[in-house]
Design a protein around this ligand. Structure first.
Ligand code: FES
Length: 405
C-alpha cells in the first residue's frame, strides 16, 4: 500500500493523474458527430498523392528499340480514377501487377524517365525479353496503346543520397540495367540531381547499347555526365573493348577523391565486377547494387550445395488455404508459387524489401548470401524471403496473403 501511494504520489507530482482526469472530462464533452473523411484533411490528401497505395495507369505510347526491347510510356488512367503521378527519386522502380492468362503476377521495373518527366504526366519503363522470363515476354507480345496497367507507388533505395554517396558516381550498367542510369542522367541534366555521373555501359555491340546515344547527347550539354561504352563482342570508335575491370574503373574514376560505384545489370555482371571491385578496397557504403533477383541462378554460386536438377514439393499455407506445388531446386519458392497460380506478395524480388516475408515451417533451403536481406531475428525464428530462397528438400511455408491493391 505504501508503494502504491508512493507511485500515485509520483504520478500526481508529474501531473499525470491530473492530465488523465482532464482528458476524461474533455472526452465526455466531445461531439459524437462522425469523424470527417480523412481525405478532407489537406495533409492526408498530399500524403496520398505522394505515396499512393496503387496507381492506375494506361499505356500511352510505345517505343520500339528492337524486336526484344520496348519502352512503354505510362500516363494516369483517368477512366479508372488515375490522378497525378506520384513523384519519385531517380533510380526507383514501380511494381506492376500483370494479369496473365487468368493469373496475376507482379514484377518490378525501373523507371527510365526522370522525376521531372512526371510533371509532363508520364513514367517510362523499358522491358527486355529475358530467356525463360514470363512477364517480359507477355508484356512485349501483348501490351498495346491503351492497355491498362496497375502499379505501386515508386519504390526502392537505388537512389543518390548526398550524405551517404560520394560526389562522383561510377555507374556500371549491363543490358536493361541501363534504365535507372537513364533516369539519373536526365535528372542531372534537368537539375533535379546534383552529382557527377561517369557511366561505364557494358554491351556486346554498340547496337545493343540502348539509350547510349541519348545519354551521350545529354553529356554534350551537361559536364556532370560522361558515358563510356564497353563492348565485349566488337570494336567501335571511342569505345572501350572487353569487360568492366578494376583497371577500367580506375581509368575513369577521380584520382584524388572518393567515389561511389552504382551497379545495375545481370547476375553474371555482378559476379565479374564484384571480384574486380574487391581489389579496389572501396568502403562498403560506396558500393551499391540494384538487385532484381527473378532470374537468379543458384547453381552459379560457389557455395550452392547441389546441382539444381532435383524437383521438390512446396506446401503453402496462405489465406486459410493449403496447396502443395512442385518446386525445382533452381527455382525460387516465390516463382514456384506463382507458376502454380498462387499470388503471394512480392515487390523487389531480390531479398531486400521484406514484402514477401514468410515463415518456413519445414524443410531445408538455400539463400544466396548476396541477396540475403533478412534480419538476425528472421533467421533465428525461421523467416525467409521466398523471392530469393531455393529448396534443398521438400518444404512447407506459411505465407501472408497478398494485400489488395
Ligand atoms: S519481394 Fe522484396 S524481399 Fe522478397
Amino acid at each position: 500500500m505504501a508503494n502504491k501511494n508512493k507511485l500515485l504520489e509520483s504520478l500526481s507530482m508529474s501531473g499525470f493523474v491530473k492530465t488523465v482526469a482532464e482528458r476524461l472530462r474533455a472526452v465526455g464533452k466531445s461531439s459524437d458527430a462522425p469523424v470527417p473523411d480523412l481525405l478532407s484533411y489537406p495533409e492526408n490528401k498530399l500524403a496520398q498523392q505522394l505515396h499512393p497505395h496503387v496507381q492506375f495507369l494506361i499505356v500511352e505510347d510505345i517505343i520500339d528499340h528492337s524486336p526484344d526491347m520496348k519502352s512503354y510510356i505510362l500516363a494516369a488512367d483517368l477512366k479508372r480514377g488515375g490522378d497525378k503521378l506520384a513523384w519519385f527519386s531517380a533510380g526507383q522502380y514501380l511494381v506492376l501487377q500483370i494479369e496473365m492468362d487468368g493469373k496475376t503476377i507482379s514484377r518490378p521495373y525501373s523507371i527510365a524517365s526522370s522525376p521531372c518527366d512526371t510533371k509532363d504526366g508520364y513514367y517510362q519503363i523499358t522491358v527486355k525479353r529475358v530467356e525463360g522470363g514470363v512477364a517480359s515476354g507477355y508484356i512485349l507480345d501483348n501490351w498495346t496503346i491503351g492497355t491498362p496497367v496497375t502499379a505501386s507507388a515508386p519504390l526502392g533505395d537505388f537512389t543518390y543520397e548526398r550524405l551517404r554517396d560520394a560526389k562522383t558516381v561510377i555507374g556500371i550498367a549491363g543490358g536493361s540495367g541501363i534504365t535507372p542510369f537513364r533516369a539519373f542522367a536526365r535528372a542531372i541534366a534537368q537539375g533535379e540531381e546534383d552529382f557527377n555521373l561517369v557511366l561505364l555501359y557494358g554491351s556486346r555491340t554498340k547496337k545493343d547499347a540502348v539509350f547510349s546515344d541519348e545519354i551521350a547527347a545529354l553529356a554534350e550539354t551537361c559536364n556532370k555526365i560522361k558515358i563510356v561504352n564497353v563492348l565485349s563482342a566488337s570494336k567501335a570508335k571511342d569505345c572501350e573493348q572487353g569487360f568492366i575491370t578494376a583497371k577500367l574503373i580506375q581509368k575513369y574514376a577521380p584520382k584524388d577523391e572518393a567515389y561511389s560505384v552504382f551497379l545495375c545489370g545481370p547476375q553474371a555482371m555482378y559476379r565479374f565486377v564484384d571480384k574486380e571491385l574487391a581489389t579496389l578496397s572501396l568502403r562498403q557504403k560506396f558500393v551499391r547494387h540494384e538487385l532484381f533477383g527473378e532470374y537468379f541462378h543458384p547453381e552459379q554460386n560457389d557455395d550452392y550445395p547441389q546441382d539444381g536438377k532435383a524437383v521438390y514439393t512446396l506446401t503453402v499455407h496462405m489465406a486459410g488455404q493449403t496447396k502443395t506445388v512442385s518446386c525445382p531446386a533452381d527455382t525460387s519458392l516465390l516463382r514456384a508459387m506463382e507458376a502454380a497460380g498462387l499470388n503471394p506478395p512480392s515487390d523487389c524480388r531480390s531479398g531486400r524489401c521484406g514484402w514477401c516475408h514468410s515463415q518456413l515451417l519445414k524443410g531445408d533451403v538455400y539463400v544466396p548470401e548476396s541477396v540475403d536481406g533478412r534480419r538476425m531475428a528472421d533467421k533465428i525464428y525461421g523467416y525467409i524471403h521466398p523471392c530469393c530462397t531455393f529448396p534443398l528438400s521438400d518444404c512447407e511455408l506459411d505465407v501472408p496473403p497478398m494485400p489488395k491493391l
